[in-house]
Design a protein around this ligand. Structure first.
Ligand code: SF4
Length: 331
């Protein structure tokens, strides 16, 4: 676009650096750009980023944002404090068409895909908020784990990942970026080959029937096919796929399920993240109890599986995907 204005191609990189690297949205401040171009950009363009409409801070330090987009649609993003930095959870769609039973976003239905600018822009919105609060903790990690299924919006998500990774933009290294997906046939391998981020798979069930019950749409990608794709998935040496498994009382938390999980994943280079379920008022599901989770975790360990229990953060502020917006909408 800049070349059509008679500008050299390096200008795009300079402007990227101002907008994404330094969080500047006023073209007048971009001093290494000619005055004529600054005036032209100010006349014809605006830098938009999601606007924070509501924030909630948990007693554990988790900060949840309700953000509005240029068409007033609402999305969520969460900052999770982890030691010396925040990990930010990003949304990729307003709503989600997949309707997983344990997810508030799933109950809202699908509104629209986000653009790459709206996806990566959530980081700029969060950084501006932290700056204003004089909060020094940097946002060093991002996870695509908010509202929406990233691989259903792959074209925009790929562009957003490039902005997040580019050294003249947000400049995150690959190991600081994780994309979490239920697995979308063909797109999963395409994402893996892009080499842009680490991979997490929302599995949540060790067999096709149970997965279909919990995640009816996601289960169209048969578990057998998903696992076969994961067995040959492109990974860097020593890299492993993260398998996300939410512990649901009486549903997927028996030792028999753990045994099945070990068998299912025996040929996949992976580690397992067990998650406590953050229930909401509309859900008919409950989180497994402490002892059950411990027994499940111990069984997996005894079989040589690397397993971690992810703490449930921000339960007091409805920090699980879609819960804040769902409360606002009455879902
Ligand atoms: S868990 Fe993810 S894929 Fe499933 S409905 Fe929620 S946002 Fe969509």
């Amino acid at each position: 676009m800049l070349e059509t204005l008679g500008e050299p191609s390096y200008r795009a990189g300079q402007i990227m650096k101002w907008i994404w690297g330094r969080g500047i949205d006023d073209f007048s401040i971009m001093t290494n750009v000619t005055k004529t171009l600054r005036t032209r950009l100010n006349q014809d363009f605006r830098v938009l980023r999601p606007i924070i409409r509501q924030t909630k801070t948990s007693i554990d330090g988790t900060i949840k944002f309700l953000l509005s987009l240029s068409d007033d649609r609402l999305i969520e993003s969460v900052l999770i404090p982890s030691g010396d930095h925040y990990t930010q959870c990003l949304s990729t769609q307003a709503g989600c068409p997949l309707g997983c039973r344990f997810c508030s976003t799933g109950r809202m239905g699908f509104e629209r895909n986000l653009t790459s600018g709206e996806i990566a822009g959530q980081i700029l919105s969060a950084r501006a908020f932290l700056d204003e609060k004089k909060d020094q903790l940097p946002v060093n990690n991002v996870v695509f784990m908010g509202m929406g299924e990233p691989l259903l919006n792959w074209v925009q998500v790929e562009k957003a990942l490039k902005i997040i990774r580019a050294s003249d933009a947000l400049n995150f290294s690959r190991r600081k970026v994780t994309l979490s997906t239920v697995g979308i046939k063909d797109k999963l391998i395409e994402f893996g080959r892009s080499n842009l981020a680490l991979t997490a798979i929302s599995l949540h069930a060790p067999d096709q029937n149970l997965r279909k019950e919990l995640m009816p749409e996601a289960a169209r990608y048969e578990l057998e096919d998903l696992i076969a794709d994961l067995e040959s998935y492109p990974l860097a040496p020593r890299e492993r796929i993260t398998i996300e498994y939410v512990m649901l009382r009486g549903i997927n938390d028996h030792i028999a399920h753990a045994r099945e999980l070990v068998r299912l994943l025996s040929r996949v280079k992976c580690k397992i993240n067990l998650l406590k379920f953050n229930p909401d008022q509309k859900s008919d599901l409950e989180s497994s109890g402490e002892q059950t989770i411990e027994a499940f975790q111990n069984f997996l360990r005894s079989k040589g599986v690397t397993v971690m229990l992810r703490k449930s953060m921000g339960a007091d502020i409805f920090a699980a995907c879609g819960q804040l917006k769902a409360r606002l909408d009455g879902h």
